[in-house]
Design a protein around this ligand. Sequence first.
Ligand code: AMP
Length: 194
Amino acid sequence: MTNIILLGPPAAGKGTQAKRLVEGRGMVQLSTGDMLREAKTSGTEMGKRVAAVMDRGELVTDEIVIGLIEEKLEQGAKGGFIFDGFPRTLKQADALGELLAKKGLSLDAVIELVVDDAALVGRVAKRAEETRAQGLPVRQDDTPEVLEQRLRAYYKSTAPLVGYYWATKDLIQIDGMADIDSVSVAIAKILDKA
Ligand code: AMP
């Protein structure tokens, strides 16, 4: 069983790669963004509380996302967990370490998808366009203005995790600018070694 974190800015390709790992390796994707969007759509109390924060591209509180992850960890995962969009702060990283340890689990790799900011703006525009073409609702935070805020939140709160996981020797950086298949191959190599 392999547990990994996919780290990287918005639209780096974390969700795309996570979905491939779910299909190919039976891993379980834990995306706090998906969980929060679900809560928002179904109109739960928590969903209502986080809606405005998410629409502005800011981070919701550590307590909320740590709670969501804690619940999912209870359910277990034979093929291992993929943490996608979590942790996003140092506090969340500490909490994840503690939660895993409590369950007798460990982190096998933290994979950073390294991409450049200019490309992200183009990717987000493309994602919104493709979603619209499929007749699906476009993410409210996939606009150039909100993306800028999401990038700021990333550099302020999440980028320090690169140093954090470098220090714990879990960090592996891969080229997130490569095409989707090449990124998948790079991730597969890491997982096969883990
Ligand atoms: P994502 O789908 O990962 O891009 O997340 C969408 C939005 O959900 C983010 O812009 C945040 O507002 C919120 N969010 C998702 N994951 C977290 C997290 N781990 N910590 C704080 N906020 C989060």
